[in-house]
Write a protein that binds this ligand. Structure first.
Ligand code: SF4
Ligand code: SF4
Length: 371
């Protein structure tokens, strides 16, 4: 039987499954393989782009999120999105190749993924005007990647609103998302967020708006809901209380589930999410316990692999008893599969979200989209 085909060039390990010539089996094999490929890219997080390659879209410099402060590009392959930081190192493990007008990712200079496509990034995320309203913060979360670089000091509410309206003219504009450092205090930050939400909702009522505020009371959630937000992310951040107290010293671990419960009451199940960061010395058990706890109350957690950089490395290593990062491709996949099982068991899915990370899918393995 002839097993030669174009898929064969794509990736290696699972070829032996493909011997019957059945086209469905090829797809399944490829799907499993592409998840592992994405997990590898997420773990390494960097790509070298030779200077002679002309990119079809501008590169992104985010002021929040895992790629904060770095130049990055978003790529897509077999319905999987990934955002990678651009490395200047010619010997980087992964690099981009352009051949006959097509992009490929090389691993150690050999073909790793063929026919990847570059995606335009609107603001920070493909399809979304995802804006960080302030890159200053009065709090001191040790992992925080909020970039001190960027243009945000010059922007007031009016300017952000104008920026969103301008973005709404683009054909790839589908959603608005707002995040913010807390500055000068939470009252002012929430007020600013609400004003922007109201203005955008008035002019663009059909556009979903997701927000990622710091919340300390039901009243604040209510203000955001009344302003017109459709989805909300209130972060647990660290799943393990012992590590949480060290990493997020300005917050109270036991209060966050209560706040999330209130958020589900106001926004509804499947419209509330919460970042759970892993890779800071916690056990799989504590990650799974946290996912279970949040899913039980109707929250669809966003699992976020920690990104270590020169700003957070030393402090995180001091706090964690483990050597950082304690993450592997197998661990990323294991956690994502557990996450899927748990949220499914509670009648939830990531596909109810129109904004933020579940929809974007660039930084982690997202259940129901990637697996
Ligand atoms: S509250 Fe948010 S923005 Fe402020 S330090 Fe913590 S993670 Fe960063
Ligand atoms: S997955 Fe989330 S953090 Fe990453 S680029 Fe998309 S919206 Fe930003």
């Amino acid at each position: 039987m002839n097993t030669k085909n174009t898929w064969k060039k794509y990736r290696g390990e699972l070829y032996q499954r493909y011997f019957s010539g059945n086209i469905i089996e090829v797809f399944v094999t490829d799907r499993i393989d592409s998840v592992r490929a994405k997990a590898e890219l997420v773990l390494n997080n960097k790509i070298y782009i030779p200077t002679d390659i002309k990119l079809p879209y501008p590169i992104d410099r985010s002021t929040a999120g895992p790629s904060s402060g770095s130049l990055s590009i978003a790529l897509t392959f077999i319905n999987k999105n990934v955002k990678l930081v651009i490395s200047q190192n010619q010997n980087e493990i992964y690099s981009l190749q352009k051949e006959n007008g097509k992009f490929h990712i090389l691993k150690d200079k050999k073909i790793f993924l063929e026919n990847v496509e570059m995606m335009p990034i609107l603001f920070h995320a493909p399809g979304q005007a995802f804006i960080n309203l302030n890159n200053r913060c009065i709090y001191n979360c040790v992992f925080c990647n909020l970039s001190k670089r960027g243009f945000l000091h010059e922007y007031d509410e009016e300017k952000f609103i104008k920026l969103i309206f301008k973005a709404s003219n683009r054909s790839d504009f589908h959603a608005v998302a707002l995040t913010s450092g807390v500055y000068p205090d939470n009252v002012k930050t929430i007020k600013k967020m609400c004003n922007i939400i109201k203005n955008v909702k008035e002019k663009l009522p059909a556009i979903p708006i997701g927000v990622e505020p710091c919340i300390s009371s039901r009243k604040e959630i209510l203000l955001i809901k009344k302003a017109g937000a459709d989805e909300i992310k209130i972060n647990l951040q660290i799943p393990d209380k012992y590590l949480f107290d060290k990493i997020c010293p300005d917050f109270h671990y036991n209060e966050i589930p209560n706040i999330l419960r209130e958020a589900v009451e106001l926004f509804g199940k499947g419209k509330v999410t919460s970042n759970i960061i892993y890779g800071v010395g916690e056990s799989d058990r504590s990650v799974i316990k946290a996912i279970e706890k949040l899913a039980k109350m109707g929250v669809v957690p966003t699992l976020r692999m920690i990104r270590i950089n020169e700003l957070n490395k030393k402090k995180l290593e001091e706090i964690s008893s483990e050597k950082l990062p304690d993450i592997s491709v197998n661990r990323i996949l294991k956690i994502a599969h557990e996450q899927k099982k748990i949220i499914e068991k509670h009648g939830l899915t990531t596909q109810t979200f129109e904004t933020m990370c579940h929809k974007c899918g660039c930084c982690d393995i997202v259940p129901f989209w990637d697996i």
